[in-house]
Design a protein around this ligand. Structure first.
Ligand SMILES: Cc1cc2nc3c(=O)[nH]c(=O)nc-3n(C[C@H](O)[C@H](O)[C@H](O)COP(=O)(O)O)c2cc1C
Length: 217
């Protein structure tokens, strides 16, 4: 699959066939994803692959209450309760995410991605605002992995709602203290068609020339 095509059509897949993910496909995807950049090339990412049903159920039990709380906080719960009053497209997305959360254990393969904290170069740690740079040494790997899974014909959903349940997830998967959770990726063969192109803002809305706000001619 052409790289640009993969970038334009690797959606968040939340509905999967029951077929297991071939181990060779996963290993090929991981083998490509590892070429991601990281601060100082420290490559601090670590991945736990979960297929055991009891563990998948345990992950759902940790994810679902956090998803429900998130829908309350963001107003998504109102969309679910009163869909007619909201944009149809957003309601569809929230519905899909809600079903995904309630059946998380049915996702054939779960990838729990963590990162070794001591491998992070957090260059904005001293700024008087929320730090963002630490994630830059793990999320390029995550995005590479999503694209590689797409190239393997596999669907994937990256979420971060398990991160606040880090202590429980780490206990469940015996992840050592030095690792922080970064993401959960549900993987499987997508049920239904692939979109041709995802809904995203055009370039002129986010890229500028020389000074912020100047159009990129
Ligand atoms: C940091 C991050 C957190 C996300 N969290 C969730 C989540 O909690 N639940 C969910 O269903 N999708 C989650 N997503 C997926 C987004 O909803 C998805 O990327 C976005 O709606 C675009 O969807 P599309 O790629 O299918 O167009 C998350 C994505 C990112 C990058």
């Amino acid at each position: 699959m052409d790289l640009y095509e993969a970038m334009r059509c690797a959606p968040t897949s939340r509905d999967f066939k029951a077929d297991p993910v071939p181990r060779e496909a996963l290993v090929r995807a991981l083998d490509a994803a590892r070429f991601a950049p990281s601060g100082g090339n420290r490559q601090g990412w670590r991945v736990v692959v979960v297929e055991d049903l009891q563990r998948r159920i345990a992950l759902r039990e940790l994810y679902l209450p956090r998803w429900r709380a998130y829908t309350e906080q963001t107003g998504a719960a109102r969309m679910l309760a009163d869909p007619e009053s909201f944009d149809e497209r957003r309601v569809r997305m929230v519905r899909r995410a809600d079903v995904y959360a309630s059946r998380l254990e049915q996702v054939p393969m779960h990838l729990v991605v963590g990162v070794r904290l001591e491998d992070l170069a957090v260059t904005d740690a001293e700024l008087d605002r929320q730090s963002i740079v630490g994630g830059a040494s793990v999320y390029p790997f995550v995005q590479n992995l999503l694209l590689a899974l797409r190239a393997e014909g596999l669907g994937a959903a990256m979420t971060t709602l398990l991160v606040p349940a880090e202590a429980e997830v780490k206990a469940l998967l015996e992840i050592p203290d030095e690792i922080a959770l970064a993401a959960h990726i549900g993987v499987g063969y997508r049920a239904g068609d692939w979109p041709k192109k995802l809904a995203r803002k055009p370039v002129e809305e986010f890229a500028f020339s020389e000074r912020f706000g100047e159009p990129l001619a």
